[in-house]
Write a protein that binds this ligand. Structure first.
Ligand code: UDX
Length: 438
């Protein structure tokens, strides 16, 4: 099948590469000429494990190509995906759909024979209808269907998520469109293990927002329980395990931490709040989730300051700045709130992140960037773990202690065991557990 993927951001690039790996012929289109030139040379603009290889292999096989020219990619394609950005609109938090509508207009002008236009971007309920109207108005005679097929990829494990998804959601109104989607996902459809949810376009669009909002709510819930644990002497790790083993609750997304960040949860929870308001069915629950999570990031800085006994003039070594491991993405990372708050309280920040420092350097001022963990901690007054990269999970504590001025660790991802830290001679503060001293 011939596919055009409009937008080579995170979702577009990963999906395009994965569809070509399923055997389809995919042209990934973007307006950013510099990005397309880089991609043609095999230079991948984002860090995502396995993506380099996947792009290189499929480009070499001739199934994956890159272009700035939508008008040459669309006429041949049986399926055209819209995978452009839907950022939060400045000022009101609504999803900004201008890129989606621009893409729809350009696609309309290039349609030749029956095509399914599929919104893969995260879009509010009703957007596929609007896309259909735009195309219909611009080319009344065009033969096409519009479908919704949201993406549930997690950064850092996006390829695995694409190839082994929990489910595929398709919102489509005609059998013809559904059959094109079936053919696109044929390898998953054939093995019978992946459930397919065929539904209306409106339901499909809402499933995406509802999924992200539910997960954000789950994280926010466990974060609040962690606060209660700290006050009451309970242990959040045991509480998470104890509730997660109930099959109705499930153990995933119950890790307490500094608050959720990233390119999706903050933007999508806010967009859902606005959408619900607009439809006259406000979501008090998700409004609270947004509020609690925003405040949490700020409070984490206070937690660190208190553990250090004030940070004025002190050097704080920060390990990890990205919103999660295995990505260089800094969007809405808790570090963007925590580090400036520490600086405002007088701290000198020396930080290291395995992949995120180039991006972080553009967003954080006055940080001394270290080449590795040990350079970051050298002569620091304590260490803070903000992101749970694997290389921070097995630190050499004897060496660490010898380099630090004070053996103090604030672990906002609970990757260490308090008992082990006491044995290693560290004062240890974590989330939802009692602080310990040697
Ligand atoms: C998320 C969704 O999981 C994915 O389905 C959707 O398509 C895009 O948004 P992503 O943003 O890549 O994916 O990361 P995810 O692993 O979901 O983590 C999001 C945030 O929640 C991170 O800041 C992470 O640190 C935090 N988190 C996650 C927790 O604090 N605790 C958890 O238990 C899980």
């Amino acid at each position: 099948m011939r596919v055009a993927m409009i937008g080579t951001g995170y979702v577009g690039l990963v999906s395009g590469a994965c569809f070509s790996n399923f055997g389809h012929h995919v042209v990934c289109v973007d307006k950013d000429a510099e990005k397309i030139e880089r991609l043609k040379k095999g230079d991948i603009p984002i860090f995502e494990p396995g993506l380099n290889r996947l792009v290189a292999d499929n480009a070499a096989s001739g199934r994956l190509s890159f272009s700035t020219d939508l008008t040459s990619a669309v006429p041949d394609a049986e399926a055209v995906f819209i995978a452009v950005g839907t950022p939060s609109r400045r000022g009101d938090g609504f999803a900004d759909l201008s890129y989606v509508y621009d893409a729809a207009s350009e696609i309309a002008d290039s349609l030749k024979s029956y095509t399914v236009v599929i919104t893969k971007s995260t879009v509010p309920v009703g957007t596929s209808n609007k896309v259909e109207q735009i195309i219909r108005q611009r080319q009344p005679g065009a033969e096409f269907d519009v479908a919704s097929n949201p993406e549930f990829l997690r950064e850092g494990s996006a390829i695995e998520d694409f190839q082994r998804p929990d489910r595929i959601v398709v919102g489509a109104d005609t059998d013809r469109a559904r059959n094109v989607l079936r053919a696109l996902y044929r390898p998953l459809f054939l093995n019978d293990k992946t459930p397919f949810v065929f539904t209306s376009r409106e339901s499909s669009e809402l499933i995406k927002y509802a999924s992200n909002a539910f997960l954000a709510m789950k994280i926010t819930f466990i974060n609040e329980m962690a606060d209660l644990c700290e006050k009451s002497g309970a242990d959040i790790q045991d509480v998470s395990r104890g509730i997660g083993l109930d099959g109705r609750i499930g153990s995933k997304f119950l890790n307490a931490g500094p608050g959720y960040g990233g390119s999706c949860f903050p933007k999508d929870t806010l967009a859902l709040v606005r959408l619900a308001e607009e439809y006259g069915a406000p979501s008090r629950l998700i409004e609270s989730v947004v509020d609690v999570n925003d405040n949490r990031k700020k409070r984490m800085a206070e937690k660190i300051i208190s553990a250090f006994g004030g940070v004025k003039g002190k050097t704080v070594a920060v390990l990890g700045v990205t919103f999660k491991p295995n990505t260089d993405d800094m969007r809405d990372s808790p570090s963007l709130d925590i580090i400036p708050a520490l600086q405002a309280a007088g701290a000198i920040i020396r930080a290291f992140d395995p992949e995120g420092m180039v991006e972080a350097g553009k967003m954080l001022q006055g940080v001394v960037w270290a080449k590795n963990t040990f350079e970051a901690v050298s002569k620091a007054d304590g260490v803070v773990i903000l992101t749970e990269w694997n290389e921070f999970r097995a630190l050499d504590f004897t060496l660490l202690k010898s380099l630090l001025k004070r053996a103090l660790l604030v672990d906002l991802r609970n990757i260490y065991n308090p008992r082990d830290m006491v044995e290693a001679g560290f004062e240890y503060h974590s989330v939802g557990r009692s602080s310990v001293k040697p």
